[in-house]
Design a protein around this ligand. Structure first.
Ligand code: PHE
Length: 342
């Protein structure tokens, strides 16, 4: 050992092992502070044999660097350790803060109820595209171009793609399914549809429908009636009454509109049923043989019924919402109210 005092300090630093903040601070003061014990050694320089001064200087630098490096390393280790300890001090038995749960959209809630009701009697789910071609939305549904019934549904056509449109009804899914599946077919098709209508409290340019289609041998109008009565009783209560009024749709023959009895007790009842007590909930009918033929199903062998209902209307009624526009504005204050529902 050429420089016993300095060598000893170096060894001391190498062996030092501060365990906590206090010990580390003591280490810092001793070796790196303004009155550290290395300083006096620099003052010794003049007493060192000139031939050895270079080595001495290097040793002192090594001492300084070793102390600095050790301090830096231990500091970050100790800090990390103490952060870990402070999380361990959390009371893990404390009840968690309430987490804000999302809520389902009222349209979704009603749509799921409708789907569940039909699932129970064997209808399976069919979903398809919202950007549809003219054929599936209209032509297959017995509404060729220039057919006056096209005026019933004011359509958004795609500007850049000839023959493409936003589907105006979920009946397009009927065509999609019938051209791909062999009867018996029993499907329910929920989804969003679009019509170029003026937006008001009562109508919107986008809304949702649920379509039903049943094709098999010897399906009759009474099967349709019974199915719809079952739906009305599940949806509106066991005493629900329905009535069918003759109507017209190009894709069904005969066609009907279905009303459910709402009652005429309050002023609101008068208002929403326009004084009749009856509320229109859907369109329906026996699938027109031409539609079957268009989709490759033999109308001599098979028959079927179809129905299509709007969802927003039923959601407005179920939750007594006065304006359909609320359903599309995504105002969190409005949507939060539907928390309790599944
Ligand atoms: N597609 C019709 C509409 O949107 C509803 C409907 C569906 C009517 C199926 C009859 C049969 O108005």
């Amino acid at each position: 050992m050429k420089f016993p005092q300095a060598d000893q300090i170096l060894v001391e630093i190498q062996n030092a092992n501060p365990q906590n903040k206090e010990e580390l601070e003591a280490f810092r003061i001793k070796y790196l502070g303004s009155k550290n014990i290395v300083k006096p050694l620099f003052a010794e320089m003049g007493k060192i044999d000139p031939a050895q001064r270079k080595d001495y200087g290097q040793l002192l630098n090594e001492i300084k660097n070793t102390a600095e490096e050790k301090y830096r390393k231990l500091k970050s280790e100790i800090e990390r350790e103490s952060a870990r300890h402070s999380t361990q001090k959390l009371d893990l038995t404390a009840p968690p803060l309430p987490r804000k749960k999302g809520s389902r959209h009222p349209v979704d809630i009603v749509m799921n109820r409708v789907i569940d009701i039909f699932k129970k009697i064997g209808f399976s789910l069919a979903e398809d595209r919202e950007i549809e071609d003219d054929w599936h939305n209209f032509t297959a549904m017995n509404t060729p171009e220039d057919h006056p019934a096209r005026d019933m549904q004011d359509t958004y056509y795609l500007r850049d793609i000839e023959g493409m449109l936003l589907r105006t009804h979920t009946s397009s899914v009927q065509a999609r399914v019938m051209t791909h599946q062999k009867p018996p077919i029993r499907i329910i098709a929920p989804g969003r549809v679009y019509r170029n209508e003026t937006i008001s409290a009562r109508s919107h340019c986008q809304f949702h429908q649920v379509e039903g289609l049943y094709i098999d041998k010897e399906v009759s109008f009474s099967d349709l009636k019974q199915t719809l009565l079952y739906y009305a009783r599940e949806m509106y209560g066991p005493d629900a009454k329905i009535r069918l009024r003759p109507s017209y749709f190009p894709f069904t023959e005969p066609s009907a509109e279905v009303d459910v009895y709402w009652g005429l007790e309050s002023e609101i009842d008068h208002r929403i049923t326009k004084g009749t007590g009856w509320l229109e909930i859907m369109g329906c009918g026996m699938v027109d043989p031409k539609v079957l033929t268009n989709c490759g199903i033999d109308p001599e062998e098979y028959s079927g019924f179809a129905f299509g209902m709007g969802i927003e209307r039923q959601a407005l009624l179920a939750y007594r919402i006065e304006d359909i526009r609320w359903l599309f504005e995504n105002d969190i204050r409005f949507l939060r109210q539907f928390h309790a529902a599944i």
